[in-house]
Design a protein around this ligand. Structure first.
Ligand SMILES: Cc1cc2nc3c(=O)[nH]c(=O)nc-3n(C[C@H](O)[C@H](O)[C@H](O)COP(=O)(O)OP(=O)(O)OC[C@H]3O[C@@H](n4cnc5c(N)ncnc54)[C@H](O)[C@@H]3O)c2cc1C
Length: 436
């Protein structure tokens, strides 16, 4: 089922669960002219498409350039878990910014979740298939820690979540691998590729212009604005928004120096029939509490979709399918013999502080990127905040200003990232050995 490009401009999506269940691709033509617009967006993932939709809706003339197809990158390949928060942990944000500001930042991330839910419903985006619930689980006994976390989120952030003790947890997820849980009834999981395709179509319907198979190759000041050049055309515009995610390709040297691409992996089994409900009776998505966590969910057609692993080397291991099978059978040995239908990788863009870059880099050039492993809610949020900033001089994004550009460590960055993941994993294994 891999859709390979045969004519130079057809779909080239990686074979994933999402492409196997996708709505028709946009098949937008590449840019081959010199055109003008108020705003040129570079990158058609969830950040770029959200910004394009919000700005077009607000009456701006918008052009979106996508090097491959809409949501070809992380936005079309992810775990589909939609919960409030950012890639940086809540406690890290609270430590750096204090509780009041942390609350304000958390509320923005909630808004991202609600935008995704609202547009899916009000625009009737096809094939997004929202399923309710998100369950965070510990791999060692941590009743006190998980109860405290649930209480803090409920009381300090006015976001009600529920502590789930071991016995009840094991009724929701039938494995002895997990001990304590926190259930978020407002979180959900969904088909993020179809969300992006649906929103891109709505953008076109409102007059936004989208060009696929169109890589932006350079950018220069031209008059009062900017000229973005592609392989076969150019866009003269007032404002440029950079939404390239982890797929930084040298177009913006500044972002290239300040973002670290991190590789991560997903696999999907064949439909499991009755076994799906027998093993995972909950409709919720499940995410463990480790830094490089495992996350999984039962898809609407009854498959196990399982994600995990992180590498700063941004490479796909040759035995990836085997590694993924080992990971899910360590939790559900009953699945040893199920067939795997697709396995894939994707690239995340991380800043060292693990918060998004949402700022004007210099006059009229904005960054809306660095969403890390939490982009399905943060993407819709950055789209809205950047539209407010450009259209109405809105300042809600300014609460993120202290998260400025941070050097990625150049060739040492990937090694440093892998060292952090390694030490965290070691620490977590110790807890599992001690309290498991
Ligand atoms: C395997 C995986 C699992 C994940 N699971 C979750 C999850 O469960 N929940 C969650 O919230 N987040 C998850 N994430 C993170 C989330 O998917 C990302 O944060 C989010 O999709 C990033 O969106 P983006 O628009 O910034 O970047 P992308 O989706 O990467 O989009 C960037 C786009 O820019 C295009 N581009 C790059 N350079 C150019 C150029 N020069 N010209 C034109 N176009 C260009 C690329 O082709 C690409 O389509 C996951 C990510 C991965 C990879």
């Amino acid at each position: 089922m891999t859709q390979t490009r045969t004519d130079g401009f057809g779909p080239s999506y990686r074979d994933t669960y999402y492409t196997r269940t996708m709505e028709p691709p946009l098949n937008a033509a590449p840019l081959s002219d010199r055109i003008e617009a108020d705003i040129c967006i570079v990158g058609g993932g969830i950040a770029g498409v959200s910004a394009a939709y919000e700005l077009t809706k607000a009456g701006k003339s918008v052009v979106l350039l996508e090097a491959d197809q809409i949501a070809w990158g992380a936005s079309g390949r992810n775990g589909g878990v939609v919960t409030p928060g950012f890639a940086a942990s809540g406690s890290a944000i609270e430590k750096k910014r204090g509780l009041d500001t942390a609350r304000q930042i958390f509320d923005l991330s909630r808004e991202g979740v609600e935008i995704f839910r609202e547009y899916t419903q009000t625009l009737a985006l096809p094939g997004v298939e929202i399923r309710p619930g998100a369950l965070s689980v510990s791999r060692y006994r941590d009743a006190q820690g998980m109860q405290d976390a649930a209480r803090h989120k409920t009381d300090a952030y006015s976001y009600p979540v529920e502590y789930v003790p071991t016995e009840k947890l094991r009724e929701m997820v039938r494995t002895d691998r997990y001990f304590d849980g926190v259930y978020d009834p407002q979180g959900f999981h969904a088909h993020s590729l179809n969300y992006c395709l649906g929103l891109a179509r709505e953008t076109q319907r409102l007059g936004g212009r989208i060009f696929e198979n169109t890589r932006a190759v350079s950018m220069a000041r031209q008059g009062a604005g900017h000229l973005v050049t592609t392989q076969a055309g150019s866009v003269q515009c007032e404002t440029v928004i950079l939404c390239q995610g982890g797929m930084v390709d040298g177009f913006s040297k500044r972002l290239q120096r300040n973002l670290l691409p991190i590789g991560t992996f997903v696999t999907v089994t064949e439909p499991l029939g009755d076994l799906a409900h027998a093993l995972i009776p909950t409709s919720a998505a499940i995410v463990d509490t480790r830094m490089a966590c495992d996350y999984f969910r039962i898809t609407p057609d009854g498959r196990l979709l399982w994600g995990g692993g992180m590498t700063g080397m941004a490479l796909e291991p040759a035995n990836l399918e085997q590694q993924m099978r080992r990971a899910f059978t360590s939790v559900f040995p009953q699945l040893a013999d199920v067939k795997i239908d697709a396995t894939w990788s994707g690239l995340l863009g991380y800043a060292r502080h693990r918060m998004p870059y949402l700022r004007e880099l210099h006059d009229g050039v904005w960054a809306a990127t660095g969403l890390g492993g939490h982009g399905v809610n943060v993407g819709p949020l950055v789209g809205r905040l950047i539209a407010e900033a450009i259209v109405d001089d809105g300042q809600r994004h300014a609460v993120l200003d202290p998260y400025g550009l941070t050097w990625n460590g150049s060739v040492f960055g990937p090694l440093a990232a892998d060292t952090v993941y390694y030490w965290e994993a070691l620490k977590e294994r110790y807890f599992e050995w001690r309290y498991g």
